[in-house]
Design a protein around this ligand. Structure first.
Ligand SMILES: Cc1ncc(COP(=O)(O)O)c(C=O)c1O
Length: 393
């Protein structure tokens, strides 16, 4: 065996021993919400396609039109000819929808977070990050070279304490948080965060990957839901298209100067091929649906499913966490082995949920991550509740 393989085998073995070994399953067809895996059909509660737009005929038709017009690949980086009219139009529509001066597309949310943080902060600067923020925020914070302080999840007195402990002469100070936490389903106290950022003269960056399209008027997201002002209260907003938009990619919204600075300095923006223009066309169609009457109907249906699920879970005494308004509903089980057993039992009953294990979540808090979408119906929620009650006892 090669030396490299031998070293890796030891690490892989260790991961297996801790029951933390990750494995992929091959899915066939689109989750609507049934999904075929290994010749069996499962009812899936593991998708972030919250509004069911990934399979919407108008979104698919827009992608096809984009494919005919622009071909498959964009052919180059944004700054070297890969930037098309479809990209520019989507950026303008997003900025107008969200109330920011400008928006900039990134290939993924991971790259957007990495790109913004490393472009804005460096040696001598300070970053303050909610402890349960997404891995891409943590990675950006580690790579950028700034002093990196984590504060207790959603705890504003903890944030104030770390801010007060930092020398006043720090160059730049950036607070970063998820808006709707991906593994817990709770919403950050955005108006308190904005007030602290104002008082302490920090910049505020919010990642609304999971709230965008779901919360706020016309799906404008968590900022609108919490009554905080774009640009004035929150200087940097990150959103992704792989969740409620049902497509793929991400964006950053902010002032004209922020976007110009990212075009100059954000390496994950500069040094990568532009995402396909046909995806931008599909996302434009998603945005039009999401902000219109059909988006309202889909959100209302989803909220009803969330109410049914939470009402039932409380009645059954299930260990439910998260918030009543969001499609991410988590059942914290605790030990990894037990969480795996429950997920496997659910699978035997034809239900697929996501398992969130350390290091994605803190150790001792292995959980079932259940996501509800507008593609589900009430009968399916009752079936899920019934099976959860059976598998958890
Ligand atoms: C809060 C948050 N930010 C960023 C990302 C990364 O987005 P993408 O999947 O587009 O890379 C995710 C993805 O799961 C997320 O949950």
């Amino acid at each position: 065996m090669l030396a490299l393989d031998a070293a890796l085998v030891a690490r892989l073995q260790q991961r297996k021993q801790c029951n933390l070994y990750r494995q992929r399953t091959i899915a066939y067809g689109c989750p609507k919400p049934s999904i075929e895996i290994g010749g069996k059909t499962f009812l899936s509660f593991a998708s972030n396609d919250y509004l069911g737009l990934a399979s919407h005929p108008q979104v698919i038709a827009a992608a096809r039109r984009g494919l005919d017009k622009y071909a498959v690949g964009s052919g180059a980086a944004h700054l070297l000819g890969g930037y098309s009219h479809a990209h520019a139009a989507l950026e303008e529509e997003l900025a107008e929808f969200l109330g920011f001066e400008r928006a900039l597309l990134f290939s993924t949310g991971y790259m957007a977070n990495l790109g913004v943080i490393t472009a804005l902060c460096g040696r001598g600067d300070y970053l303050f990050v909610d402890r349960l923020s997404h891995a891409s925020i943590m990675d950006g914070a580690c790579y950028c070279g700034a002093h990196f302080k984590r504060y207790r999840h959603c705890d504003m007195s903890a944030l104030n304490a770390v801010l007060n402990a930092v020398p006043g002469k720090a160059r730049h100070r950036l607070i970063v948080s998820d808006a709707l936490f991906s593994m817990d389903g709770d919403v950050a106290p955005l108006s308190e965060l904005a007030a602290i950022a104002r008082r302490q003269q920090c910049w505020l960056m919010i990642d609304d990957a999971h709230g965008m399209g779901i919360l706020g008027d016309h799906g404008r997201g968590s900022l609108n839901h919490c009554g905080v002002l774009p640009q004035q209260d929150v200087q940097v907003l990150v959103g992704t298209f792989g969740k409620a938009f049902g497509t793929f990619g991400a964006f950053v919204a902010g002032s004209k100067n922020l976007i110009e600075a990212l075009i100059q300095f954000a390496r994950p923006y500069i040094y990568t091929t532009a995402s396909p223009a046909m995806l931008a066309e599909a996302t434009r169609a998603s945005l039009a649906i999401l902000r219109g009457a059909e988006g309202e109907e889909r959100r209302a249906h989803l909220q009803n499913l969330i109410r049914v699920f939470r009402g039932g879970a409380v009645q059954l005494g299930l260990p439910i966490a998260g918030e009543p308004l969001t499609p991410i509903q988590t059942l914290v089980i605790g030990e990894v082995l037990r969480a795996r057993q429950v997920a496997e039992r659910l699978q035997e009953h034809g239900i697929k949920v996501a398992l969130a294990l350390p290091p994605t979540v803190p150790s001792g808090t292995a959980r079932l991550r259940i996501t509800l979408t507008a593609n589900h119906n009430v009968a399916q929620i009752y079936y899920l509740l019934e099976r959860l009650a059976a598998c958890l006892c």
